[in-house]
Design a protein. Structure first.
Length: 419
């Protein structure tokens, strides 16, 4: 006998099929309070849509200037075309041992240097005409950026080259010790006495003029045809017994006006008591270690300090930088033509101390004065500080032992009492 069960408008028998159960209209009656219904279009998005690998790579490439990317791509394309043709020659296998890879990063340093020399000499345009000099520079630079970028990232990741060794400046105390010990001298081997000249301005002050010649920053030729040599003028200071102009004027009067600037002093003085100098100049090996000899002669320790002849230029840049002079003024004295002058600047020790103090956590403003011993002492001495007349013009303050200074403000004035 079949029993009928009424569920809504649907009659369920004891024996029903699976399809009958699927037709039951009961799913709409089920609600979950923990899962609110939110429209997908109305939900705000915090993060951007997923980025594909190709889009990510494209954005990374856009960080490089377009012109540089084109140059790198062109240079690598010329390299690949050259390697494909060069590998067809038997000489390539004979000379290099293997075929030249299309990726220059796969070559060792020796092979890259070897094949780059051949590449610069053998590369040609599509019409087989030679590349002009500027194009050769761009080719070499493009391949260099390809190899150098990956190598620099690898070395930096390994911690190589992160600690750059630079010359330390000469401190004011070092210079004072050198003056007191009388061991000053200078360093350039090619310096000529004719590069210095003494003159007098309109108000009677002496001027020292220096005119530079060919150096690292001014090589001459076509590339430096618009770059002037270094010209420096130093004014005298009559109030300073160590005035540089006076020292140079005295030294220039004792040596020939032309020829090497650094001369060896003779052991015997002249008849008038002045110092005499030899015709033979100081050798380059002696000049190269002169700064260390000055420190040793003055009794100044160089432990944990990189003191070289270059420390003189570092000291010049550091002194002018800490005195507040502009970068252009510093460059006019140091001879730098680029922002490399920034690597010569060293902050003063006092400036580093001030920066360190400024970055320290704030000093607690309140002191722990609720110590039993301090309060008991204050109470025991309370009556000794009270005014006998006990009028309104006297204020009695009980100060614990932990307080060493009291600051009082009255009528806009500040009074500080040391206890």
């Amino acid at each position: 006998m079949n029993q009928l069960v009424g569920i809504g408008t649907f009659e369920l028998k004891e024996e029903v099929s699976e399809n009958d159960l699927m037709l039951l209209p009961t799913q709409d009656l089920v609600k979950y309070e923990n899962e609110p219904v939110v429209c997908e279009a109305a939900a705000p998005r915090r993060f951007s849509v997923p980025l594909s690998d190709s889009d990510l790579q494209e954005r990374i490439l856009k960080a490089i200037p377009k012109k540089t990317r084109n140059n790198n791509k062109w240079a690598l394309g010329v390299w690949v075309a050259w390697t494909l043709e060069r590998n067809l020659y038997q000489e390539t296998i004979t000379d290099g041992g293997n075929a030249i890879p299309s990726d220059p990063n796969l070559l060792s340093n020796e092979l890259l240097n070897y094949w780059m020399a051949h590449f610069i000499q053998e590369c040609r345009r599509v019409d087989t005409s030679p590349y002009p000099p500027n194009s050769l520079v761009q080719l070499a630079s493009g391949i260099q950026r390809k190899c150098l970028d990956s190598r620099m990232k690898e070395l930096t990741n390994n911690g190589i080259g992160t600690n750059v060794k630079r010359a330390d400046p000469i401190l004011t105390t070092d210079e004072e010790a050198m003056w007191d010990s009388g061991v000053f001298n200078y360093e350039h081997k090619q310096l000529d006495a004719s590069q210095f000249r003494i003159s007098v301005d309109t108000i009677g002050n002496k001027l020292l003029h220096y005119t530079g010649r060919l150096c690292k920053n001014v090589q001459g030729g076509l590339n430096n045809r618009n770059v002037d040599v270094k010209r420096i003028t130093q004014k005298s200071d009559p109030t300073n017994p160590r005035c540089l102009v006076t020292i140079y004027e005295k030294y220039l009067s004792l040596i020939p006006r032309e020829g090497r600037f650094y001369r060896k002093p003779l052991p015997h003085k002249a008849n008038d008591g002045s110092i005499r100098f030899s015709v033979q100049p100081i050798g380059i090996n002696t000049l190269s270690s002169k700064m260390k000899e000055l420190f040793k002669a003055a009794g100044i320790s160089t432990t944990d300090r990189n003191i070289t002849n270059h420390s003189g230029k570092v000291t010049c840049c550091t002194t002018l930088f800490n005195a507040g002079f502009s970068d252009s003024t510093v460059k006019s004295r140091s001879g730098h033509r680029s922002t490399a002058v920034d690597t010569y600047k060293r902050p003063l020790e006092t400036l580093q101390d001030n920066v360190s103090k400024a970055l320290q956590p704030p000093v607690p403003t309140s002191k722990n004065v609720k110590q039993e011993n301090d309060l008991s002492i204050a109470k025991s001495n309370q009556h000794s500080f009270e005014d006998k007349e006990n009028d309104n013009s006297t204020m009695t303050i009980n100060v614990p032992n932990c307080i060493n200074k009291v600051v009082i403000f009255k009528n806009g004035k500040r009074y500080c009492l040391e206890i």
